[in-house]
Design a protein around this ligand. Structure first.
Ligand SMILES: [Zn+2]
Length: 469
């Protein structure tokens, strides 16, 4: 099966140029001008896609999703089937989801459980990070085996005491282990112990609306924890990756660390660029916007954009973790502490970053591709199989119409959740055709793939500190 994409503008992290792309089977066979003439044997391709006036970009990679995550007595609403299909609609062709080790169980048991949820259900390729709930001799030894099995990244938390929380000693031991096994530690950096104190005091004063979720999780607590985990990584002599960085206080710590030569890396998410603390107001409606870290006052976003431009932030992911407003967010109607934490977003990231980044003049289209695809591929051991438009790379490609306008709405999105954080927002830019390893899965406004198209990705160790320093 050969597919030829003609007349498009190839946009990669390195630059843009007019070229055709020839796909043979699952991979890219050629990139160049007038490839139709050069097929040589006089044969026609099996499928021709006209990309005139459109971009051809490497499929986007969302390195932070939580399909079917158990949280606060319920489960994130998107399954691997519905969530990966929604991702495809939005131009994302790879997700990395977080498998969870339950306290007292092995890492392997947690990983097996996530494999069972995903296998045969995904529309696009997928990999896993491992959330470590216990750090002990047994789980440390298991880390080595997971790296060998292609699960090369491990997430720990300074937040959520009693659930995912690890103390500094545990975090440090896990970091030390990555110095020898090639793994990379990802950190949720907020001081959860201090936050719980303020949250309890605030609730006791009768302040129980969703807005207070944002108030009690002070940016100072994110800045403090970010500095602490970076310092621990420096002491262990390893890189560290901060997930969902939301606040200027945390960005300042990452920038300072990078300026002194540390391999400190961080991602932010669209919600921290496009939504603010004010969205948590308006009574219980604010529950739709409850996530951790919380949305911040509007001025933080200006700093985050600057961080994206200057590469102190290297990746934009979603932290996609959707809960219905009716029936799930409701659990916290009388107490913000009981609202399931998480927002839907896996379908909207590429368009929001194009509209609010490229069209708005904040970033170049090449930087857009780098943030949503190429840097994630390098950071998480997938490059150049993913994240590139190059001969030999997987033919995960998006024909993107940079001029198409559409309005984001729960009534038209494909995520399995009853609201959108961006309801009514008009964006410019839309995926026209999406290919996953050479197979067209979105075309003419229709999903034409099948559940089970997506395969598990065994990842290499991060290439981050070789290429993105
Ligand atoms: Zn998350």
């Amino acid at each position: 099966m050969r597919t030829l994409i003609t007349n498009g503008t190839i946009v990669t992290a390195e630059g843009s140029h007019r070229a055709d792309v020839l796909i043979d089977g699952e991979t890219i066979a050629a990139v160049g001008r007038d490839l139709a003439a050069g097929l040589g044997d006089g044969s026609a391709p099996d499928k021709l896609i006209d990309a005139s006036a459109k971009y051809v970009i490497p499929g986007a990679i969302d390195v932070h999703t939580h399909m079917e995550l158990p949280f606060g007595g319920t489960f994130a609403k998107d399954t691997f089937e519905t969530g990966t299909r929604a991702a495809a609609w939005g131009g994302t062709t790879t997700i990395l989801d977080f498998a969870v080790q339950s306290r007292g169980k092995s890492l392997r048991e947690g990983l097996d459980a996530w494999h069972a949820k995903a296998e045969g259900n995904c529309a696009i390729d997928y990999g896993f990070h491992m959330i470590m709930s216990d750090v002990n001799d047994a789980t440390l030894a298991e880390m080595d085996a997971l790296v060998a099995a292609g699960v090369t990244t491990f997430k720990l938390f300074t937040a959520y005491p009693g659930v995912f929380f690890s103390d500094d000693g545990a975090i440090f031991r896990a970091m030390q282990r990555t110095a020898t096994n090639g793994g990379l530690i990802m950190m949720h950096a907020e001081n959860g112990l201090a936050i719980d104190v303020v949250a309890a005091q605030t609730a006791a004063e009768g302040k129980t609306d969703p807005y207070y979720h944002g108030v009690v999780r002070d940016p100072i607590f994110e800045g403090e924890a970010t500095n602490r985990v970076i310092r621990l990584a420096e002491a262990a002599g390893v890189p560290v990756y901060i997930v969902h960085l939301s606040a200027r206080d945390a960005l300042d710590e990452v920038r300072a660390a990078r300026d002194r030569g540390s391999a400190a890396f961080a991602e932010t998410c669209p919600q921290y660029l496009f939504l603010t603390l004010d969205d948590l107001g308006n009574g219980f409606e604010g529950a739709k916007f409850v996530c951790s870290p919380p949305l911040r006052p509007a001025d933080h976003a200006d700093d985050l954009w600057r961080g994206l431009v200057k590469n102190d932030l290297q990746v934009v992911s979603t932290d996609h973790c959707p809960f219905d407003f009716a029936g799930q967010k409701d659990l916290g109607r009388s107490d913000f502490r009981k609202i399931p934490n998480g927002l839907p977003g896996v379908e909207n990231r590429v368009d929001l970053l194009h509209d609010g980044g490229v069209v708005a003049g904040r970033i170049t289209r090449e930087r857009w591709v780098e943030l949503i695809s190429t840097a994630p591929a390098r950071m998480f051991g997938l490059y150049p199989k993913k994240g590139a438009v190059a001969v030999g790379s997987d033919a995960d490609l998006v024909v993107y119409d940079p001029a198409a306008k559409h309005t984001i709405s729960a009534s038209s999105h494909h995520m399995n959740v009853d609201y959108s954080c961006y309801e009514g927002r008009e964006v410019t830019g839309e995926a026209s055709v999406v290919l996953s390893r050479g197979k067209t899965i979105i075309e003419d406004g229709t999903y034409v793939g099948a559940k089970g198209d997506g395969r598990f990705l065994r990842r290499e160790p991060s290439q981050a500190y070789l290429r993105i320093a």
